[in-house]
Design a protein around this ligand. Structure first.
Ligand SMILES: Cc1cc2nc3c(=O)[nH]c(=O)nc-3n(C[C@H](O)[C@H](O)[C@H](O)COP(=O)(O)OP(=O)(O)OC[C@H]3O[C@@H](n4cnc5c(N)ncnc54)[C@H](O)[C@@H]3O)c2cc1C
Length: 430
């Protein structure tokens, strides 16, 4: 059986299988009920993040939900893997802000938080709900946001000092005021009309407040970034979602709820977490490795710290918390290829795997952490024993959480009805 919400699963595990299967598509279960007074929302399992943001924006500009940037991501897949976004440093992951759920178990019982018990409620908020049953709806805590937030984008190349600025970013931003979130995007490109390559880094910031408060803070601790009033835009929170989602700030917010407005894309990606700043010599090695590819690659760093420092690694199954400086998301684009098996696609994917080796000495280790919502079957699929499953399971959840997920699974779905290549295994002796 396959369960699909937004259909963004990176390995297609919500809509493909090697054997004949039934797909439960929640596309028609997407009602959203916002309660401004109680600052809560009930959201059905098939709703998309863009539909949630749009619906909130029709009621208020001063509440939001701490979820991701892409409007076409499904609420259910997002929350069931943890879920990060522009309010992560202030309010934690999306799953940290789930208050209750309506959930169908393997026997067809419909449960809420009280009747499912705290262990199962813990498991579906980061452990991958599709290993346990079907989430029909989520009750969310909405969080306060100011009427205006400040956006800015700074773009620098190697010739403009990008290596030094990124090096400093690693020290400053994870410890910065939690009202600021920054996404850093790194690409290679040709220098002008030459065939020489350079690296371009985009620092995309969003601050929960106005430019008057942000600028002195940034100019004091990070003047090299050179954020000026001219490049700051003060907008409603929902407009920031338009910009981070790839739309113009002036686009009508309705576009967030338009399922056909988002173009299809095709890529292979992998994730990592960085806990120690990468030295400049390491950054130079990374840029050199990027120059070996055909410019189809992209790296995205997402800043941690702030509220994430306050949770224990076991608060939810999502364990990438205190001590993480930033998450690394790296991909090769296959959008210009008819499939992921063309010679060019295979070459790019091979490059991405070798890039993983380049990064190994600079990212977290024992375990080398990975994000469940960027699931990657290259990490392994064996689940015949704990030793086999721990090869990939401990990378997503670390040991303590993975063992607890297996214990919960063995109680709620001992026959392993809800399974896919990287689902939580059921072992009776854990
Ligand atoms: C363009 C893009 C941008 C992204 N941006 C972000 C981001 O900013 N932050 C972030 O954290 N992640 C981001 N992601 C990753 C995203 O969170 C995951 O891909 C997520 O799993 C997608 O959820 P979905 O519902 O769309 O996918 P689906 O493919 O529908 O589901 C993903 C998994 O959840 C299971 N599932 C879905 N619905 C249910 C349900 N109702 N009950 C039980 N199990 C269910 C599926 O079976 C599958 O295992 C992004 C992904 C893409 C493609």
């Amino acid at each position: 059986m396959r369960i699909r919400s937004g259909g963004h699963d990176y390995e297609g595990l919500s809509y493909t299988a090697d054997v004949p299967f039934v797909m439960l598509d929640l596309v028609n279960m997407r009602s959203i009920d916002i309660n401004v007074e109680n600052q809560t929302a009930w959201v059905q399992g098939g709703a998309l993040l863009g539909e949630l943001y749009y619906t909130i924006s029709q009621k208020t500009d001063t509440l939001y939900f701490p979820a991701g940037m892409c409007p076409s991501v499904g609420v259910s897949g997002f929350l069931s893997g943890g879920g990060y976004g522009n309010l992560l440093r202030k309010y934690g992951t999306g799953a940290d802000n789930v208050l209750d759920a309506r959930f169908m178990d393997v026997n067809g019982n419909i449960l809420d938080r009280e009747s499912m018990g705290e262990d199962l409620f813990w498991a579906i908020r980061g452990g991958g709900a599709s290993s346990f049953g079907i989430v029909l709806a989520w009750k969310l805590r909405l969080v306060p946001v100011p009427e205006r937030v400040t956006l800015f984008i700074v773009s620098v190349t190697l010739e403009q000092g990008a290596t030094d600025i990124f090096h400093k970013y690693q020290y400053v931003l994870p410890n910065f005021d939690r009202d600021l979130q920054m996404r850093v995007q790194i690409n290679s490109e040709y220098i002008g009309n030459t065939t020489n390559k350079t690296i371009r880094i985009l620092f995309h910031g969003i601050y929960q407040g106005n430019a008057d408060t942000l600028l002195p803070l940034l100019n004091q601790s990070f003047p090299e970034l050179n954020v000026t009033r001219e490049i700051c835009q003060e907008v409603r929170m929902v407009q920031s979602t338009l910009q981070f989602g790839g739309f113009s700030i002036s686009a009508h917010v309705e576009v967030l709820a338009n399922r056909s407005a988002i173009p299809k894309t095709n890529f292979k990606s992998k994730s990592d977490y960085v806990r120690t700043p990468i030295p400049k010599s390491g950054l130079i090695k990374i840029w050199e490795k990027m120059f070996e590819n055909d410019m189809s690659e992209m790296l995205q760093m997402y800043t941690f710290g702030g509220k994430m420092e306050e949770y224990s690694d076991t608060a939810t199954p999502y364990p990438h918390r205190a001590g993480v400086l930033y998450q690394v998301y790296k991909l090769v684009n296959l959008i210009d290829q008819p499939s992921d098996t063309t010679t060019i696609s295979l070459k790019r994917i091979a490059w991405l795997r070798s890039f993983d080796e380049t990064l190994e000495s600079y990212v977290s280790s024992n375990p080398r952490e990975a994000y469940l919502n960027y699931n990657d079957l290259d990490l392994g699929v064996g689940s015949g024993s704990y030793e086999e499953a721990s090869v990939w399971g401990e990378r997503y959840w670390k040991r303590e959480n993975f063992k607890k997920l297996i214990r919960v699974k063995s109680i709620v779905d001992p026959g392993n009805f809800f399974r896919h290549p990287q689902s939580i295994p059921s072992f009776s002796d854990m």
